[in-house]
Ligand binder design. Structure first.
Ligand code: NDP
Length: 239
């Protein structure tokens, strides 16, 4: 059985990814940052293990991956989905909000991927799927920290793809547009309405729209695809 870890697996997109991979026949473990209630809901709905793990902490990432390795087996699919935003125009952007966003959205990928990479190389198989963002491609007012991290995700993934290619490991990015999850809760309704107007298909994305793309990239159907960025944005940005 294929074994997957999904970081931020109890959040809006992450939960849908866990649900989809489970339906695809994977053994799935969801990691979460600290929201115990969301973790409980995830366990209740999907019956999967949830483990608390701050992806900004290397030691915690090592601990949970080791736990999955010992109890389930080697991880062949890693979905780096945990992410946060702390928006402010650059002239007001606080050092702490720069650091926190880079640490979660970019350092987290290093911390997690480093834990599974050697074993994927040894076994000659692996799938790393990293969640970036439309705004990592096009930039966004008030998101210098977030867009820097999400653009970094794409460069990181391309390098992984080159290094993993001869070892049977693919690394790809899914770059969602605006997806209807708690992450958008910070936006004012009028801002959200304005954004929706800019989406050619005329609606926000759903977590399932993203989850199906992750599922595809994790599957054998995507064996020959690596270093690619799959945009899931309803036509809002044709990068
Ligand atoms: P949610 O806020 O719903 O979920 C975020 C998840 O990340 C939660 O499970 C949260 O866990 C986890 N998380 C946050 N910080 C940490 C941390 N330090 N360590 C471990 N886990 C952490 O957001 P979405 O589902 O919307 O976002 C998922 C991904 O998709 C993110 O990378 C986001 O940037 C990206 N994305 C989202 C878009 C959208 O429109 N929603 C658009 C483009 C990209 P907990 O709550 O327990 O802390």
């Amino acid at each position: 059985m294929r074994t997957a870890i999904v970081t931020g697996g109890t959040g809006g997109i992450g939960l849908a990814v866990c649900r989809q991979l489970l339906a695809d026949g994977f053994h799935v473990t969801a990691l979460f940052g600290g929201d115990q209630e969301a973790a409980r809901r995830c366990r209740d709905e999907l019956g999967i293990t949830t483990l608390q793990c701050d992806v900004t902490k290397m030691a915690e990432c090592a601990r949970v991956v080791e736990q999955v390795h010992l109890t389930v087996g080697p991880v062949d699919t890693l979905v780096n989905n945990a992410g946060i935003c702390r928006d402010a125009p650059f002239h007001k952007l606080l050092e702490g909000d720069w650091e926190k966003v880079i640490a979660t959205n970019l350092d987290g990928l290093f911390n997690m991927t480093r834990q599974v990479w050697d074993s994927m190389r040894e076994r000659g198989f692996g799938r790393v799927i990293n969640i970036s963002s439309i705004n990592g491609l096009k930039g966004q007012f008030g998101q210098a920290n977030y867009t820097a991290a999400k653009a970094g995700v794409i460069g990181f993934t391309k390098s992984l793809a080159l290094e993993g290619a001869r070892k049977g490991i693919t690394a790809n990015v899914v770059a969602p547009g605006y997806i209807d999850t708690p992450m958008l809760a910070a936006l004012k309704p009028e801002t959200l309405a304005m954004i929706t107007d800019q989406i050619p298909v005329g609606r926000l994305g759903s977590p399932e729209d993203v989850a199906r793309c992750v599922s595809f990239l994790a599957s054998q159907n995507a064996d020959f695809i690596t270093g690619e960025t799959l945009n899931v944005n309803g036509g809002q940005y044709l990068g």
